[in-house]
Design a protein around this ligand. Structure first.
Ligand code: NCD
Length: 354
């Protein structure tokens, strides 16, 4: 039996979203001092501003560093505090803050080494981090609703680096950035296919909403029976005019026939940590594996993304396929997170090349 970690959420996703939809949380062209909790805070123009800022930051890159950016957050302090495991998101936020000259503080492995172990509340921890002269807090937590509790406790920006099964907005921004940089198809004519764990995968929830705002007309959702897209998200996308096509797969290889006309395949890990049954987990993994044979059905111009970590839902021989862009996607994390930190901390990026 897989032991399930089921954090106590005091708020439902609907309640979290109704708070976030209030004016207080909306970005509306002004990032300075704002929290980044959900993709629902962003208009199309806000998203374009993040993309444009990230592109200008990336243009200024020289070798492995960003000399024109290195004073953008000088004398600022960024706390990076993760209550769940992470490789990419943690490192790219650390690198992003350091590339702009910020001091970075935090406790690596909050679940093990912070006073959470002693029973301290999230609110008290957030107030403590703020009391150290911190200008922004990047946080990952297993509870969906940590975003609201942290944002309410702090006066400085809270950046959601992954909230339970809810959302992962900064990942969605870098996913979009990778898509626009690598796909020849314009967003308003694009068909995107999500594969894998659409139920627990917070990256899917955030990216589907960002693509909706950006005018992607059609999205396919392929999953095993146990990890279908949440119905409230499917209806939300439909209400916004997206053509939503959901397909359940049972057997290996079945996905092949479902990706023959798609422009972007966004694969995801089956999130073992939320499953209650071992057998359901094993069956889910079996049904959605992407192999070179599956990829032989996808169009030549298509691209394959994955937020990573991958377990074995994409076999390593697929890495050689030029359509596999998941490691380019990882690299996009740094400029995109630099852009987001710079924007919420009010750094002046106007001198970077246009
Ligand atoms: C994902 C996450 O943590 O939500 N990874 C990431 O941040 N790039 C996906 C996952 O854990 O499967």
């Amino acid at each position: 039996m897989i032991t399930e970690r089921r954090p106590e959420n005091s708020m439902s996703v609907a309640d979290i979203l109704s708070s976030i939809r209030t004016k207080e949380y909306q970005i509306d062209g002004d990032f300075k001092g704002k929290d980044i909790l959900s993709t629902e805070q962003f208009t199309r123009d806000d998203i374009l501003q993040v993309m444009e800022t990230a592109a200008r930051i990336e243009l200024s890159k020289e070798g492995g560093s960003y000399p024109e950016c290195e004073n953008l957050l000088k004398h600022k302090r960024v706390a990076v505090c993760f209550y769940q495991p992470s490789t990419r998101t943690y490192m790219s936020f650390m690198a992003a803050a350091q590339n702009m000259g910020a001091y970075v503080i935090g406790v690596p492995g909050m679940m093990q080494y912070s006073s959470a172990v002693k029973g301290e509340s999230l609110q008290d921890t957030v107030r403590t981090i703020e009391a150290h002269g911190t200008d922004a807090i990047v946080m990952r937590h297993e509870a969906d609703d940590f975003v609201i509790h942290a944002a309410e406790a702090a006066d400085i920006p809270i950046i959601n680096a992954g909230a339970g099964k809810f959302e992962h907005p900064t990942q969605a921004m870098l996913d979009l950035y990778t898509i626009t940089q690598n796909s020849p198809i314009p967003l308003d004519a694009m068909s995107v296919t999500f594969v894998g764990d659409l139920k627990y995968g917070r990256t899917v929830h955030s990216l589907a909403k960002v693509l909706t705002v950006m005018g992607v007309p059609s999205m396919n959702f392929i999953s095993p029976e146990t990890t279908c897209l949440p119905t409230n998200l499917a209806s939300y996308l439909e209400e916004k005019g997206v053509v939503v096509n959901q397909q359940v797969v049972h057997e290996p290889g079945e996905i092949g026939q479902l990706i023959t006309h798609t422009d972007v395949i966004y694969d995801t890990r089956v999130q073992k940590e939320w499953f209650t049954s071992d057998q359901d987990y094993v069956d889910a993994c079996r049904a959605i594996q992407i192999t070179p044979e599956v990829m032989s059905n996808a169009p030549e111009h298509s691209i394959l993304l994955h937020p990573l970590p991958r377990v074995d839902e994409i076999t390593t021989d697929v890495d050689l396929d030029p359509r596999a862009k998941y490691f380019a996607q990882v690299a996009s994390g740094v400029p995109v997170r630099m852009a987001l930190l710079a924007l919420v901390m009010g750094a002046d990026t106007s001198r970077l090349a246009r």
